[in-house]
Design a protein around this ligand. Structure first.
Ligand code: 5AD
Ligand code: SF4
Length: 464
């Protein structure tokens, strides 16, 4: 689909509002606190809001207690994310009583469900600003209205526009995210994302390349993760994902290039070869399988079979040297039998994931699976999840031994001070490695020799 872009005029208005707010807040330096739930997409949206807040003069608060503005960026992928949000927004009531000038805002996927947003707004009258996933770029205008004493509730239907050119305050570190596309067209039958993030739309390749170049050259990041709900269907007027990877791979100063998430139905051999040939693309892929049973995969509307998935794994392993694969798995999907579960456990053992994120199926109102017969009792979902987690743990631990004696490059990211201080860093394949060394090495790349394993990670020593 041809992507639509937010008109320049609207972005200009956002910048005018930023300028007016900046004047208004001169010499004040109010503090903001953002609490983010959910995936990297939400994390990155929070970085965009932080960018706008900092450009009007806000500075980060240490905690909610000393903030002048608290924003909750919500998630609704599973039921408990929703429950937690209601609980945590409720706590702000007390802070507001102590500080009536406190501004409280709630945004994100959960608020894009209009009924839930209305419920939240009426349960918590002290919330000043509620907005959905499509209103990020008019945040300055909305904040201005709140500062004028208004209460703002802004949730539009998602038309699927892309807003370019707004400020971003990136988290500190050496690794950062760059969006390449928004939304999802897949309608997996359990998933709420297509309803709250709208249809798939790809950013222009030239804008993505320019942003990666900027974060590398001007902000000093050396590792970039390209983000999208389904990066394998990226399409900017015929420029597909493998081509985009090749273009980003050319950027000087970039050391590591990652991407997520990949949908198995769209993972092409061409992409596998692009991964193999681009020297900066890390040997890791997050490839959610969701289930190992063909019957359940069909009910989930995943549009691939376990055989196809295993063929992809073979292709990846044959062509991308040292690749590690991670995944997401759901148990307790409607009608799932013990036999279906066994198919999933068998697939986990066959693939040998380096990490697998496991979930009990959570009913999402409005999705197709929510109204399917054969819903599984919570107790059984829990038992199946425990069983799956055991199998995941066994296969992940077993897969770590092969690293002992190998040598490879790590990016040193920090120091772990629990017990004897150890630096930690990541291999390209995402495995965490602990090494002894000086804190001044944080942020640099070094070769390490792996000498042992430690829980889910590796232990090694730095080489000269
Ligand atoms: N219940 C449980 N897990 C879910 N996921 C998405 N929707 C649901 C749901 N309704 C999981 C999928 C997805 C990950 C981000 O969250 O495994 O890949
Ligand atoms: Fe949800 Fe499926 Fe889209 Fe992923 S691909 S966001 S699981 S609908």
């Amino acid at each position: 689909m041809q992507a639509k872009f937010v008109e320049d005029q609207i972005i200009k208005e956002s910048y005018s509002a930023i300028e007016r707010l900046r004047q208004r807040l001169l010499g004040v330096s109010p503090r903001y606190y953002i609490e983010t739930y959910g995936c990297q997409m939400n994390e990155h949206d929070s970085e965009k809001i932080a960018g706008m807040l900092e450009s009007v003069g806000y500075v980060p608060a240490v905690s909610k207690n000393d903030a002048d503005l608290i924003l909750f960026n919500t998630c609704c992928i599973r039921d408990h994310a929703e429950k937690r949000t209601f609980g945590n927004v409720g706590f702000v009531k007390e802070l507001k009583q102590n500080n009536p000038a406190l501004i409280t805002a709630v945004c994100g996927c959960m608020m894009q469900q209009r009924e839930v947003a209305k419920r939240l707004a009426s349960r918590f009258p002290f919330v000043d600003l509620v907005f959905g996933t499509n209103e990020l770029h008019i945040f300055p205008q909305m904040l201005e209205k709140v500062m004028d004493g208004g209460r703002v509730f802004e949730i539009k239907d998602i038309e699927g526009e892309i807003a370019e050119g707004l400020p971003i305050k990136r988290n500190e570190g050496f690794s950062t995210f760059v969006n390449i596309m928004y939304g999802c067209n897949n309608f997996c039958s359990y998933c709420i994302v297509p309803y709250v993030r709208g249809r798939e739309r790809s950013r222009r390749a030239e804008d993505i390349v320019a942003e990666v170049r900027h974060v590398v050259e001007a902000e000093g990041f050396t590792e970039v993760t390209l983000l999208g709900q389904n990066v394998n269907s990226y399409d900017d007027n015929g420029i597909k994902f493998p081509e985009l990877l090749r273009r980003v791979n050319e950027i000087e100063g970039l050391r590591r290039l990652r991407f997520m998430t990949s949908h198995p139905k769209d993972l092409s051999h061409e992409l596998v070869m692009a991964m193999a040939e681009c020297d900066k693309v890390c040997p890791h892929i997050h490839l959610p399988v969701q289930s190992g049973s063909n019957r359940i995969l069909q009910l989930m509307n995943r549009r691939y079979t376990r055989e196809h998935y295993l063929d992809l794994v073979k292709d990846l392993r044959e062509n991308v040297q040292g690749i590690e694969i991670t995944t997401d798995i759901i148990v307790g999907f409607p009608t799932e039998t013990d036999e279906d579960l066994n198919d999933t456990l068998d697939l986990v053992r066959k693939v040998g994931y380096s990490a697998a994120y496991s979930f009990a199926y959570s009913v999402r109102p409005g999705t197709k699976a929510a109204s399917m017969d054969g819903q599984i009792p919570e107790e059984i979902k829990k038992q199946r999840l425990a069983l799956l987690n055991e199998v995941i743990l066994e296969s992940v631990n077993g897969a770590n031994d092969k690293y002992i004696g190998t040598e490879d490059e790590i990016l040193i990211e920090g120091v772990d001070t629990r017990g004897e201080p150890m630096l930690f860093g990541k291999l390209g394949c995402l495995k965490m490695v602990y090494v002894k060394g000086d804190e001044s090495l944080i942020g640099t790349y070094h070769r390490a020799r792996i000498t042992g394993t430690r829980f889910n990670s590796l232990v090694g020593e730095l080489m000269d």
